[in-house]
Design a binder for this molecule. Structure first.
Ligand SMILES: Cc1cc2nc3c(=O)[nH]c(=O)nc-3n(C[C@H](O)[C@H](O)[C@H](O)COP(=O)(O)OP(=O)(O)OC[C@H]3O[C@@H](n4cnc5c(N)ncnc54)[C@H](O)[C@@H]3O)c2cc1C
Length: 408
């Protein structure tokens, strides 16, 4: 790339920084400038992962890694072949940032402080001589001949190449300037939220969790499994967050009013559950239902379910009777709740939707409709479930975009 080449990076978030650093590393002769609309750089990195920054996820096989992305699964296969979780770990470690893996495979800096990641990225930009301009909001981009004319709120500049890393937007209007250039915008809707259940008395059990529930949205094919947490507004935990991500569009269409069925047990086969309870009854006919050891549910939850069914917890197993036993089994396996609204998950939330991946070449992240324009991060119609996958997508797409199509 020629010495006089000017590259404008729009957005000073995770993807913008990674793209800028990759750009200057792969193309040392070019001038790289990050334009950030606010007065803060890497603001989301700072608050991410509860202030600890869940940088990536310890999943090192591309075919498994892509399964964590409700949007982008197919296309990311190609991108992860260039830069994946292995590369992220090496990238940070080679710059002195050691990462650790937690029990659930989320990876954090060993300092447990997102500032470590911010310091590393800022240090790299300084070392490479990348310019940064704050308070610069891009309003429009036009392409004349070979160059881009970029209109910011306060000024107009020209750039030879442009990398868009402006993040997600809750409204489609936020993407209007990109649509005007011919890009297709998948309408943005929220992902990664928890469920509000104002009419459900189960909220009284806030703080109670089960290790492995499965949750189904009634009338759809949406179903997930995992830990489930009861909160003072409804339900949260990995099972619910995954459902919100995979169902982001469907649940938006339902206006966040729908019914879920919870299977509180790790078992799904009703006959199997019936036989476990039957064996316990044969062995301990005088045992009270409340003391049953068949289900291993938190006591408060089990009592709540018995109360909901009007079953006296002091009834013995032999007194329970076939009808109540069936009612109990049905509730344990198909417990229905009404969801009325959602709450943002403060640890991590993202936008589903953005610039359509059909508009891009995933080898380079270059726009097919506007050559010379590259994309990285959440501005794209890519999003993952919680666990470090969203930053991983930002690092990967930023790294590739920064190469500006070069193979070096
Ligand atoms: C509270 C919270 C916690 C999170 N925690 C995690 C986590 O631990 N792990 C994880 O993987 N993901 C996490 N995420 C998701 C992750 O932060 C995002 O997916 C990621 O930041 C996307 O990076 P980005 O650079 O594409 O966008 P952003 O980080 O949103 O950066 C975009 C930048 O562009 C700027 N910009 C926007 N429009 C313009 C414009 N017109 N002109 C100039 N600049 C503009 C913005 O001001 C912003 O600085 C979290 C999200 C939130 C909200």
């Amino acid at each position: 790339m020629e010495e006089s080449t000017n590259v404008a990076i729009i957005g000073g978030g995770a993807a913008g920084f990674f793209a800028a650093i990759s750009c200057k590393t792969h193309n040392p002769n070019v001038n790289v400038t990050i334009y950030e609309k606010s007065d803060k750089l890497l603001a989301k990195v700072k608050v991410s992962g509860g202030g600890r920054c869940n940088v990536t996820h310890a999943c090192f096989t591309v075919s498994q890694l892509v399964k964590f992305y409700p949007r982008g699964e197919k296309q990311l296969k190609k991108a992860f072949a260039y830069f994946n979780t292995n590369n992220t770990v090496k990238w940070f470690e080679s710059r002195g940032v050691m990462l650790k893996t937690e029990e659930d495979n989320r990876m954090f800096p060993v300092t447990d402080n997102s500032q470590t990641i911010i310091n590393c990225l800022i240090r790299e930009t300084e070392k490479l001589g990348i310019a940064i301009q704050l308070h610069e909001t891009i309003l429009a981009a036009e392409k004349d001949e070979e160059r881009f004319k970029l209109t910011f709120r306060e000024k107009v500049i020209h750039a030879d190449k442009i990398i868009i890393a402006s993040g997600g937007s809750p409204k489609k209007d936020g993407f209007a300037w990109l649509e005007k250039l011919g890009h297709t915008i998948e309408p943005p809707v929220p992902s990664l939220f928890t469920f509000n259940m104002p009419s459900e008395s189960i909220k009284a059990l806030m703080g109670v969790s089960v290790d492995n529930a499965s949750v189904r949205v009634v009338g759809t094919k949406l179903k997930t499994e995992g830990p489930l947490l009861i909160t003072h507004w409804g339900m949260s935990g990995p099972a619910i967050l995954k459902l919100s991500a995979w169902g982001a569009r469907i649940l938006n269409d339902l206006n966040y009013n729908f019914k879920i069925q919870v299977n509180w047990l790790s078992l799904s086969n009703e006959d199997e559950v019936r036989s476990i309870l039957g064996n316990e009854r044969t062995a301990h006919p005088k045992r009270k239902v409340v003391n049953s050891e068949s289900f291993k549910l938190p006591n408060r939850l089990y009592l709540f379910l018995l109360e909901k069914l009007d079953i006296n917890p002091d009834t013995t197993l032999e007194e329970l009777g076939r009808k109540n036993q069936n009612r109990l089994l049905n509730t344990l396996l198909n417990d229905e709740y009404a969801v009325e609204g959602k709450t943002t998950f403060k640890e991590e939330f993202v936008t589903c939707g953005g610039v359509s991946l059909n508009n891009l070449s995933m080898d380079t992240m270059e726009s097919k409709v506007c050559p010379g324009m590259y994309f990285a991060g959440e501005v794209l119609d890519i999003d993952g479930v919680t666990g470090g996958f969203n930053f991983q997508a930002a690092w990967t797409t930023g790294f590739i975009a920064g190469k500006l199509g070069s193979d070096k």
